[in-house]
Design a protein around this ligand. Structure first.
Ligand code: AMP
Length: 430
């Protein structure tokens, strides 16, 4: 494997990488950086945790530092589009880290906060603009952003962006891009609509496929615990009380669920905070900061809110609710085990979530080791299903609208931290 020294980056970038103690490029960096430095378009199939941010940030910083082109007011030279505010903030922080020895300006544009500061930063002229699609389009329509001088365009987490319904916004933004530009396109998955979008955006791209969706989750020990719905909070509390749970993210399906779980943990003396889309951007940042600083040990999050969170040292991910989409499972558990660390992912599975579990196991290509006796899932799932409902449909509820639950034996959470590592290695190729 090449070292960073072998990549033809300018000295201030090498210094920043040395500051970070990065010596070996990750596979996506090794494959992407040389092509991007040479000005080629890139199609990268990679998810968060693979080092993809540096894979596009380093060549952009290198290019802009070398060219010495000065940005005019409201006319950025590089645009990075990200699906969520958290991811945009994180990408901005990465540019600040890698570009710390350069005099390039990076600005952020995202919704949920006042646009005043964002407009002011744009007017001062910014080399790099990191934005979410909605607010960017808004500011473009108001005349605060003009993309005519753009040299590099990055679309990050394209699949998630489409999942979140950003395609119409995206199309409008893309229609304003100059013809002459470099484009870098990253997506964790490549369904047909993403392939089509990439073909519209890219010219003769270098295609890089770091299947380490598996690499990033390879070091994560995965386990499933079959539980009664009503027992989950108690089991969670027991689990989180264990010493080796230093920092945990608990995933719930709904915003309300996140609040309820966090409140109940707080009441039992476990420092927890909820983060979800109904909270203001400032509240979300405060929650993340207190988690980052270890003032709280447990972050309770919904999928969208947790997207792009990059906090080192998360020892445990708990799926309080199974994710509705199997792909989200890989994203969720990827919050732990980042940058080569190991982590534990524990999923609670109630009787009416068996279909979700099976979909996840199909996706990752193996069964997730169970901490207690695995019920006969096919039979149990079909028995709990009202006649005429297809097996994949969601929301199988009993007549009173409540989900049913089942007792499935021992629910000792200690097993989650005691069991041998490696039993649940993922080989996800989403
Ligand atoms: P990303 O996939 O861009 O979200 O990056 C995942 C994590 O890996 C981040 O915490 C980065 O700081 C870290 N990282 C990126 N590149 C390297 C590298 N070459 N060596 C060590 N850590 C890295």
């Amino acid at each position: 494997m090449k070292t960073f020294q072998e990549l033809e980056l300018i000295a201030p970038l090498h210094r920043a990488l040395a500051d970070e103690n990065y010596s070996i490029p990750t596979p996506i960096q090794a494959q992407t950086v040389p092509a991007a430095l040479a000005g080629q378009d890139v199609l990268g199939c990679a998810q968060t945790g693979t080092g993809k941010t540096a894979a596009f940030a380093l060549p952009i910083l290198n290019r802009l530092a070398v060219s010495k082109n000065r940005p005019a007011a409201n006319r950025p030279l590089a645009l990075i589009l990200a699906p969520t505010r958290e991811l945009a903030i994180q990408i901005g922080a990465s540019f600040a880290t890698y570009g710390r020895h350069l005099k390039l300006r990076t600005s952020l544009v995202y919704g949920g906060v006042s646009q005043v500061n964002q407009v002011r930063n744009l007017a001062r002229g910014t080399h790099i603009l990191v934005a979410t699609p909605g607010r960017l389009l808004d500011l473009m329509n108001q005349g605060h952003v003009d993309l005519s001088q753009l040299e590099v365009f990055v679309l990050d987490e394209a699949d998630r962006m489409l999942d979140m319904g950003f395609l119409p916004d995206l199309k409008r933004i893309i229609s304003q891009l100059p013809r002459q530009r470099q484009s870098l396109f990253f997506s964790a998955t490549m369904p047909p609509n993403i392939v089509e979008l990439s073909q519209r955006l890219l010219t003769d791209p270098v295609t890089v496929n770091v299947t380490p969706k598996s690499t990033s989750v390879e070091r994560i020990e995965q386990q499933v615990l079959f539980v009664d719905r009503g027992d989950r909070q108690d089991i969670l509390r027991q689990l989180l009380a264990l010493d080796d749970v230093q920092r945990a993210i608990v995933f719930t399906r709904t915003k309300r669920g996140a609040n309820v779980v966090a409140d109940k943990l707080l009441r039992t003396g476990i420092r927890a905070v909820a983060i979800h889309g109904n909270k203001s951007q400032n509240a979300r940042q405060r929650a993340l900061e207190s988690f980052r600083k270890q003032e709280v040990r447990v972050l309770v999050a919904t999928d969208v809110a947790a997207r792009g969170i990059d906090i080192d040292g998360i020892t445990h991910v708990v799926n309080f609710d199974m994710p509705v989409e199997a792909e989200s499972y890989v994203h969720r558990i990827g919050r732990t085990g980042r940058a080569g660390a190991e982590g534990i992912a524990l999923s609670f599975c109630t009787q009416d979530e068996y279909d979700e579990l099976k979909a996840i196991e199909r996706l990752i290509g193996h069964a997730i080791p169970a901490m207690n006796q695995r019920p006969q899932m096919d039979r149990a799932a079909s028995q709990s299903r009202p006649a005429g409902r297809p097996p994949q449909s969601r929301g199988r509820r009993s007549g009173n609208g409540r989900r049913s639950s089942t007792g499935t034996g021992s629910t000792n959470p200690r097993g989650a931290t005691r069991s041998r590592r490696g039993g649940g290695r993922a080989a996800a190729t989403v």
